[in-house]
Design a protein around this ligand. Structure first.
Ligand code: GLY
Ligand code: MN
Ligand code: MN
Length: 437
């Protein structure tokens, strides 16, 4: 049975932050792919954070103040639809299982909201994310205003509920970390498997299949995002998801892939040689990125600002780019002129959680925010060398990224994705073992 306590506790915490008013959070819509076929359904993360409920066509209402309540609107039970599409809790079942104060059929949403919004001073909802919800809720608010003569008032303040929820979601609870560790471990296994199965002349999609196989056989039915399986020059396209090219002997393979477990993402990148052995040039670039990542992880500690890992990675990369003759001048001048951006054009990480690029502010006012225990982020420096006149030819088309998932702890940090092979020796050892069997 579902452990409802985290969700109850979050709804209570939201009520405390709201102080007064009504919050309305719909889940995500189902999206048609083509005739009679839908994309895999994925609930809205904010909605799920507050409910644990994964059925589409649902809305949670949280009322703060003197008479706090949490209410779920969901689909009714329907024998015909359940024969075709599967089980639905229905309002009664959902109330019992998920611990709401009240539940109603989703068809009653508008009429009930006109009641529930009455005399609430503030309306909180995910303002501006879905035009149809904006219009619908404003129309309901107008209907409440029409009751003014009966002494009922409508919310005259509208606030974005995400301001409150994003900050809550940024700090992971014990039960969330337990799930994130499981997702991370499964994804590490998938990268390990990809290293063992990769051979020259395979197609990128064959390696993608090994990743998905490993996710799925451990209960992670979904990838957290479309896997990037990029051989050779394809690795220099940051969001390459074609995954249809042949893998050449002598090229590197960059894999950015992570599974989703119980609504939580993992996000790992490893880069390794298709034939199991780094060339000297590949190894030189790899060691620079690896050292940059180590420096960034070392800087991901409580009290350091969000940008500290990025700055630490940049300094190591800039030195490496000078040593490799990719950039000219001193490290300081490379950083100052930003000439490193020819080879490293993205930032070194992002928050990680229910969404792979998770919610949470990166700055407080004008300042990067300090890292604090309970935050989870990725650390993912890279180097992408496209052919160019100013680039030594032996480095052309090398694309490398190394990405791990990191939890900030009171003492420092914990790398959740430790078990995915990462050093040159570890990677070559895994690939050698497989070839010898
Ligand atoms: N896989 C998406 C990212 O690394 O940000
Ligand atoms: Mn990634
Ligand atoms: Mn990432």
């Amino acid at each position: 049975m579902l452990d409802r306590s985290p969700y109850l506790q979050r709804r209570n915490a939201l009520q405390a932050k709201m102080q007064r008013g009504i919050a309305i959070v719909p889940t995500a819509p189902e999206v048609a792919r083509n005739a009679d076929t839908h994309y895999d359904y994925r609930h809205d993360s904010h909605f799920y954070y507050l409910t644990g409920f994964t059925e589409p066509e649902s809305v949670v209402v949280v009322i703060a103040g003197e008479s706090p309540q949490s209410i779920l609107f969901c689909r009714e039970k329907n024998t015909e639809r359940e024969i075709w599409d599967g089980f639905r809790y229905g309002p009664e079942g959902a109330r019992e299982q998920f611990g709401f104060d009240a539940t109603y059929p989703i068809a009653q949403l508008d009429e009930k909201l006109i009641e529930l919004m009455g005399n609430q001073p503030v309306l909180f909802y995910p303002l501006g994310t879905t035009p149809s919800w904006d219009a619908r809720l404003l129309k309901i608010r107008e209907a409440v205003k029409d009751k003014a003569r009966t002494g009922i008032f409508a919310p005259n303040e509208i606030r974005d509920v995400r301001e409150l929820l994003n900050e809550m979601r940024l700090f992971k609870q014990i039960n969330e970390l337990e799930i994130m560790r499981r997702a991370a471990t499964i994804s590490c296994g998938a990268h390990h498997r990809a290293m063992r199965f990769t051979r020259p002349n395979q197609f990128e999609y064959e390696v993608e299949a090994e990743l998905l196989h490993e996710f799925c056989r451990h209960g992670a039915r979904q990838a957290a995002y479309t896997s990037i399986v990029a051989g050779g020059a394809n690795a220099c396209t940051l969001h390459y998801v074609g995954n249809h090219a042949r893998l050449n002997d002598g090229d590197l393979l960059l894999i950015d892939a992570g599974c989703e477990v119980e609504g939580y993402a993992s996000d790992i990148t490893r880069t390794f040689p298709v034939n199991g052995k780094f060339s000297p040039a590949q190894r030189d670039v790899y060691e620079v990125v690896l050292a940059a990542q180590a420096a960034a992880i070392a800087a991901a500690t409580p009290g350091n600002l969000w940008n500290a890992p990025h700055e630490a990675a940049l300094r190591v990369l800039a030195q490496g780019f000078v040593d490799l003759k990719l950039c000219q001048g001193s490290v300081d001048s490379v950083l100052e002129s930003e000439s490193y951006k020819q080879f490293y054009m993205h930032r070194t990480g992002h928050w990680l959680g229910m969404d792979v690029h998770d919610v949470g502010e990166y700055k407080i006012g004008e300042q990067w925010r300090p890292l604090q225990a309970g935050m989870t982020l990725t650390v993912e420096p890279g180097c992408y060398i496209r052919p160019a006149d100013n680039v030594p030819r032996e480095l052309w088309n090398i694309g490398i990224r190394i990405e791990d998932d990191v939890l900030i702890t009171p003492q420092g940090n914990e790398v959740l994705t430790q078990s995915a092979p990462k050093t040159v020796d570890e990677i070559e050892e895994v690939m050698r073992q497989e070839k010898s069997t």
